[in-house]
Design a protein around this ligand. Structure first.
Ligand code: F6P
Length: 363
């Protein structure tokens, strides 16, 4: 059902924040205002929805916010919302508030929540729902890029550049652990860009011993063969089961006799990777996905996620933006599950490429 002028459209950000979320809010607020809708924010994701914390979206505030990381609406991982009672309460609040449409900005869990709300009633019929992918992990199906990935990647590269300065000065090895949950995309792409000697990701299924052997071999070659190498940079995705400290200790122990002077350090970047000024790409991605989403909802579309075109995304371009594709939410969730299980063409391609890249980086 098409939306009508003055219809109320809610928007929330949920799950781990991602740089660029504020640009989504700004884009949605501006396009929604242009189309005559009442745009309202919901604070702290599904937690705020359950507490009925609806707030007006101020364009001037959002103009400023879109230059910054985080999300001005706040975000949360609700424990109550996934329960049957939580969802019933959320649906009752949506109906009471007279929403006609809801935009959910977030990752896998957030979009699963959006899917669950498809049976909610809006002001004049079923609630219209649009999802926008935002997660630094890039572990969502049906989009080539999620909001926040580009900024996180740049943050890791910048941190590694700094680390390499001091590593080179001391002729040290650094193992840098980065976020990404169980998905190695961020570690791998940042590792290539940062000039890492090795990137360890969960998807390549290595045993602890294989990883220790590989890291030790790289260090040994770097410091014993005639070479001008003064540093070794290993990027390790947080999804790799072996603890980073245990990896360092095992490598140090293995090299201690032959190379007693080898000096290694660990840096865990942690939440540093998730904050910071969004790149121009993330700002634009947020604005364009928001634009297409609001326009699609206005035209009566519902139950979709707006994705960004790219490898493996074969859907027809949307009428609003040739770089934006719409995929039904159930399909997005299935594709995401296959990606997590390593069981989709994209997952298989990534796994193969991770191995190919490894041998190239090791040279
Ligand atoms: O999903 C985004 C993410 O930053 C992951 O990379 C990370 O594993 C997780 O969230 C951390 O979550 P929290 O901020 O709740 O500790």
């Amino acid at each position: 059902m098409k939306l009508e002028p003055k219809d109320k459209v809610g928007i929330l950000t949920s799950g781990g924040d991602a740089p660029g979320m504020n640009s989504v809010l700004r884009g949605a607020a501006r396009v929604g205002a242009e189309l005559g809708f009442e745009m309202v924010g919901i604070e702290d994701g599904y937690v705020g929805l359950l507490a009925e914390r609806f707030v007006p979206l101020d364009l001037r505030t959002l103009d400023e916010a879109s230059r910054r990381g985080g999300t001005v609406l706040g975000t949360a991982r609700s424990k109550v919302f996934p329960t049957a009672e939580g969802q019933a309460k959320a649906k009752a609040i949506i109906e009471k508030q007279g929403l006609s449409a809801l935009i959910v900005v977030g990752g896998n869990g957030s979009l699963t929540g959006a899917h669950a709300l498809l049976s909610a009633r809006g002001k004049n019929g079923p609630l219209a729902i649009g999802g926008i992918p935002a997660s630094i992990d890039n572990d969502l199906g049906s989009t080539s890029m999620a909001i926040g990935v580009d900024t996180a990647m740049n943050t890791i590269v910048e941190a590694c550049d700094r680390i390499c300065d001091t590593a080179t000065a001391h002729r040290r090895t650094f193992i840098v652990e980065v976020m990404g949950r169980d998905c190695g995309y961020l570690a791998m792409t940042a590792g290539i860009a940062a000039g890492a000697d090795l990137v360890l990701v969960r998807e390549t299924d290595k045993s602890d011993d294989e990883m220790v052997t590989q890291v030790a071999r790289i260090i040994e070659r770097a410091y014993t063969e005639p070479s001008s190498r003064r540093r070794v940079l290993i990027i390790k995705s947080e999804g790799v089961r072996m603890a980073t400290a245990a990896l360092k200790d095992a490598v140090d122990a293995r090299l201690s006799v032959r190379l007693p002077d080898v000096d290694s350090r660990i840096t865990v970047l942690g939440h540093v990777v998730r904050g910071g000024t969004p790149t121009a790409f993330d700002r634009l991605l947020g604005a364009r996905l928001a634009n297409a989403t609001v326009r699609a909802l206005a035209d009566g579309e519902t139950g979709f996620m707006a994705g960004w075109v790219g490898p493996g995304i074969t859907r027809a371009p949307s009428p609003y933006d040739p770089y934006v594709v719409f995929t039904p939410l159930p399909e997005v969730l299935e594709e995401t599950e296959r990606l997590h299980q390593g069981d989709s063409p994209l997952a298989r391609w990534r796994k193969r490429v991770y191995r190919e890249v490894e041998t190239v980086l090791e040279r």
